[in-house]
Write a protein that binds this ligand. Sequence first.
Ligand code: BDR
Ligand code: CA
Length: 303
Amino acid sequence: KRPIIIDTDPGIDDAVALAIALFSKELEIKLITTVSGNVSLPKVTKNALRLLHFFHKKVPVAAGAAEPLMRPSVDASEIHGESGLDGFDFPEPDESLLLPENAVCAMRRVLLESGEPVTLMPIAPLTNVALLLKVFPEVKQHIREIVLMGGSTGRGNLTVMGEFNIAADPEAAKIVFASGLPITVAPLDVGLQARILPAESEQLRQMGGVGLMAYSLFCKYRSGSLASGLCMFDSCAAAYLLAPQLFTTHAARVEIETGSMLTAGCSVMDFAAKTPNAIICTQVDAEAFHCWFVEQMRGCELC
Ligand code: BDR
Ligand code: CA
């Protein structure tokens, strides 16, 4: 099994990405770290612990940064609801899984203790990952690669040019893309193509269990726009790890704009650059993704 650490801000699309990763036979989730993003740090941490209780999974959780490196927090509660996971009646958080360590220290420990290099899957603002790489640069040799959801080849969703995970903490993203580590990006572009349509949502509802959880959350996601299809942004990072054949990829140089007031958080992706620093998923086979996604959700059997 491939060891991974997931850095997340659940978040409705985070919740389904976590389900897919936690129930997969190929991944061993060593640690879940939380970061301020879709909603505040206490809320996303509580959500991670509620999800684990519901899934009956015992994975340690460590809470990380409560704010971006240099800017005030932004949130996406109008998309995910006040709690971050509105729409489903979860059990109480499994507090026994919450580590006393900060996320950055926990990531360092897990990386150094692992017998093999660990993959990082950040699906949230990159504050924790940037802090890890700056405070403990010695961990770099223990990181196999970073597969993240974030950025865009074009326009943004938080601001005109900024995708949420990058634009919420542009300075952190800049540090991560300058790290020299192997990085694969599932940007906004593929998330927009990986849309779950009403037919798939109905299949989820009929599954019961984790499928019904996803359906119930989807009914509240983006204030109930189920009919027009919902973008599975964060699941694209999990999909790349589990089924990379679904994606078309291209190497690019990614630079993060931090200076400009209007375009801070823009991920400038240069596909002609001679010194690429990332692999970008530019397209996903939408039909194949639908089937894969529904199958993965069917595989999330609560026991
Ligand atoms: C990203 O922003 C968040 O709202 C989602 O959870 C996802 O990680 C999409 O831009
Ligand atoms: Ca997220």
